[in-house]
Design a protein around this ligand. Structure first.
Ligand code: 7TS
Length: 406
């Protein structure tokens, strides 16, 4: 099977518009992807027909909402091949998922002198929560170096790993460079010294098949809004044993078993980590996003995007003075670049005039940009609905902007 691009595109109403008098070319999918009609309609259908609070009513609407809400947990379990449904925790997104782990894991498993390893190419949301955790418990944050191509240097990782390593937290795919990291190897090496591993999958789940059991990941996090789903809902996968041994993150309704003024006992998984009324509508709509991805085929999505990245790389490199930041051997969905000494913001502004949406700046990876000694990049990031014609528009746009600004 391959991609029927017109059929795929026609499912995304937002793409069919002009920006500044030019057809929209949306290449900011790393920040957030657009939504197919079925996701948008799911939100409307839910609020028009099924809305009530979940897990607490005997009435029909509450049961309907609960069934639809819980059915998505099963879909997510299948999407990433988790062993148990209760290992899927609903969060607001990747950021909240990482904060949950850093906070709860830290309380039980981090002591003074322990170490947490992250890589040079982490998103701020996979840096700051660990800094906060280390500060709180007297642990040390260490950074795994990368090479100029934007690849983790595995020999350096080996040197950093020790009996003191309690947690290794790295992304599966870098949002700023597109590098696909060897997480399988990272996990197996970390486990040999008894460390847990959290994988930030915000940029991988939308583009490739992920199997958390095959990876043997302890924690795996991602956001619905980067995978054709709504904002405000994300997933924390955690191995049952870890989640059982970790204390709750937030206190409140839903996460309790029994409450007295003296003492509270906690609900079982996954509810122990889901205090308060959850994001019901967006969770249900995430189910439609997963249906969309499964129907197109996750491998087809990845292959199509790879073809776009390869084509764009080839064509962009023909432009005088253009350099691509991040040339990892294995790359997905992202191209970051600079042209001469043109500031990324200026380039982005002219591209917007031409209807082309890219992201410019540090992409929430300031330490990585500092490492490269650059203020930021222009980033084109692809989704399944992008076309080769759009790559051509980008390339022409960059040429034009370079001429104007150069
Ligand atoms: N981790 C990675 C690798 C990301 O790319 C992002 C968001 C996050 C974590 C945070 O996800 P959130 O859904 O909780 O915000 N990345 C980007 C980006 O590249 N441009 O805008 C957001």
């Amino acid at each position: 099977m391959s991609i029927h691009i017109e059929e795929v595109r026609s499912q995304f109403p937002i793409l069919d518009q002009e920006i500044n008098g030019k057809p929209l070319v949306y290449l900011d999918n790393g920040a957030s992807s657009q939504k197919p009609s079925r996701v948008i309609e799911s939100l409307k259908h839910y609020y028009e027909n099924d809305h009530a609070n979940v897990h607490r009513g005997v009435h029909t609407l509450s049961q309907r909402a609960t069934d639809a809400f819980e059915a998505v947990r099963k879909q997510v379990q299948q999407l990433i091949n988790a062993q148990h449904e209760h290992e899927i925790i609903y969060t607001r997104g990747t950021t909240e998922a990482i904060n949950l782990v850093a906070s709860s894991f830290g309380k039980v498993f981090i002591e003074e002198g322990y170490e947490v390893l992250i890589s040079t190419m982490e998103h701020h949301s996979n840096i700051v929560p660990w800094q906060m955790m280390c500060e709180e418990w007297g642990a040390k944050l260490k950074v795994i170096p990368i090479n100029e191509r934007g690849e983790i240097i595995m020999d350096e990782f080996d040197l950093l790993l020790s009996g003191k390593t309690a947690m290794v937290a790295v992304n599966h795919v870098s949002n700023a460079l597109g590098s696909i990291n060897p997480v399988h190897e990272i996990i197996s090496k970390a486990h040999k010294v008894g460390a847990a591993v959290l994988i930030d999958g915000a940029q991988s789940v939308p583009h490739m098949k992920v199997d958390v059991q095959d990876l043997d990941a302890d924690f795996y996090c991602f956001s619905a809004h980067k995978m054709y789903g709504p904002t405000g809902i994300g997933i924390l996968y955690g191995k049952e044993q870890w989640l059982n041994d970790m204390p709750p993150y937030h206190g409140g309704g839903e996460m309790i078993d029994k409450v007295t003024f003296e003492e509270t006992t906690y609900n079982s998984l996954p509810f122990k980590f889901e205090a308060g009324t959850p994001n019901i509508a967006d969770t249900i709509a995430l189910g439609e996003a997963i249906n969309f991805m499964n129907e197109v085929g996750i491998e087809n999505i990845g292959n199509w995007e790879k073809a776009l990245v390869d084509y764009a790389t080839e064509e962009l490199l023909k432009i005088d003075g253009l350099r691509i930041i991040g040339a990892a051997e294995k790359k997905a969905s992202v191209i970051s670049f600079l042209v001469g000494d043109i500031h990324p913001f200026d380039m982005g502004t002219i591209l917007d005039q031409l209807g082309i949406a890219v992201r410019t700046g540090h992409h929430c990876t300031m330490p990585l940009m500092n490492w490269y000694g650059i203020p930021g990049t222009v980033r084109a990031s692809f989704a399944v609905y992008n076309t080769k014609e759009e790559v051509d528009v980008l390339v022409e746009g960059v040429k034009r902007a370079a001429k104007m600004l150069g």
